[in-house]
Design a binder for this molecule. Structure first.
Ligand SMILES: *Cc1c(COP(=O)(O)O)cnc(C)c1O
Length: 384
């Protein structure tokens, strides 16, 4: 196919995004270096406050990355070796990996075939007397149905840790019509500022979110060697900090987050419009009571044609990614520790049929048109 595009199509265009806010970013970074307080300091404090305001007032405790956030959350909630924690089998490895590190038992559950996320029913079916935690993963940016999950958590006395690494910018609506930011609903929310995430820094970064004052204090201590005051250690903790320079960058990018979300939503709407009629694929299905953050725009390809379409896109010069190709319980690392308590048919199907298309804040309509044309031509070439 002919390409008439001024730029290459990328899964994520971090450089294009940077160039649009270059001056503010450069100023913030140079200012942080000029102050030479490289750990902590007001840039980190200001980011916690700004991000807390964005989230509607929850406490924010920054840390080194999203994986650490999950681990610190489970340490703060006193999960002990042998405790069961319910996680979806269709997620990024980090969600379940921290369980292995802490000697916890990952009980892997299936996800919904349409929304790619766990449902309250699937979670309820996996609860046992040993269950201590549930980790709803808001995969690709779409929030799990949190209200019934919080009810389950009350009924069974189980803690809920949201994996909101992909869903910052997304919101969930309760039956009383109130909206809450993704990551602020469970006992603890965990997120990542990995560069390609919806709120990304220029290296690694992460944060824990909670509405509980005591838990916030404990999390802060655990992230800092379990220290209650200098050289007094109340808990075994870890060393997990958000770099000052990254906090300075995040302060600039947080101001853009609403614009970025609008850009993602409009790109998703364009894709829906361009791809909705193609019978060989299924466009993402959005839950009604959710504002999807569209971290990824993930289609399902029918009839075992996913790998063929991916190859054809590649030939058209279009990148695409398979998130995720192998269910976690089939990974060697998890074979001896994961418990699979139910049939995981949907996970099996999804690992063979999902395909994530380029999705970012700088995506152009012309590029999306080209991607759609390429997808259509793949299925036409099969007929000829
Ligand atoms: C990115 C991600 C993480 C981990 O974040 P890092 O900052 O890379 O450690 C955890 N869970 C999910 C679902 C993610 O996408």
């Amino acid at each position: 196919m002919e390409r008439d595009l001024d730029t290459n199509i990328q899964m994520v265009d971090l450089n294009g995004q940077y160039l649009n806010i270059k001056e503010s970013i450069d100023d913030a970074v140079l200012d942080a270096i000029g102050k030479s307080q490289f750990i902590g300091g007001d840039d980190v404090a200001r980011f916690s406050e700004n991000f807390s305001n964005y989230l509607g007032g929850s406490f924010v405790i920054p840390c080194a990355n999203g994986t650490d956030a999950l681990q610190i959350a489970m340490m703060a909630l006193d999960f002990r070796p042998g405790d069961e924690v319910i996680v979806p089998a269709f997620t990024y490895v980090a969600t379940a990996e921290v369980l292995g590190l802490l000697g916890l038992v990952p009980v892997m559950i299936d996800v919904d075939l349409d929304t790619f996320i766990a449902t309250p029913e699937l979670i309820r079916n996996a609860i046992s007397p040993k269950t201590k935690g549930i980790v709803p993963v808001h995969l690709f940016g779409q929030s799990v149905d949190m209200e019934p999950i919080m009810e389950l958590s009350r009924d069974y006395g189980i803690h809920v840790i949201e994996d909101a690494a992909q869903s910052i910018g997304g919101f969930y609506q309760f039956t009383d019509k109130k909206w809450k930011a993704s990551g602020t609903i469970g006992h603890i929310g965990c997120t990542s500022f990995f560069p390609s995430k919806n709120l990304g820094c220029y290296g690694d970064g992460g944060a824990l979110i909670t509405n509980d004052t005591e838990l916030a204090k404990k999390i802060k201590m655990i992230a800092n060697h379990g220290q209650s005051e200098k050289y007094v250690h109340k808990f075994i903790g870890v060393n997990s900090r958000l770099d000052t320079i990254q906090a300075a960058i995040l302060n600039v990018k947080l101001d853009q987050l609403s614009n970025y979300q609008n850009a993602r939503i409009s790109a998703a709407n364009n894709y829906d419009h361009l791809l909705g009629e193609i019978s060989e694929i299924q466009i993402p299905i959005r839950s009604q009571n959710v504002k999807h953050a569209f971290h990824q725009y993930t289609i399902k390809v029918n009839g075992g044609k996913r790998d063929e379409l991916k190859q054809w896109l590649h030939e058209c010069g279009i990148p695409s990614m398979i998130y995720y190709p192998i269910p976690l319980y089939n990974q060697e690392a998890f074979k001896s520790i994961a418990v699979v308590s139910q049939s995981l048919t949907n996970t099996e199907i999804l690992t063979k049929s999902v395909l994530s298309l380029p999705m970012h804040t700088e995506l152009k309509i012309g590029q999306q048109q080209y991607i759609a044309d390429c997808i259509k031509s793949n299925f036409l070439k099969n007929i000829n």
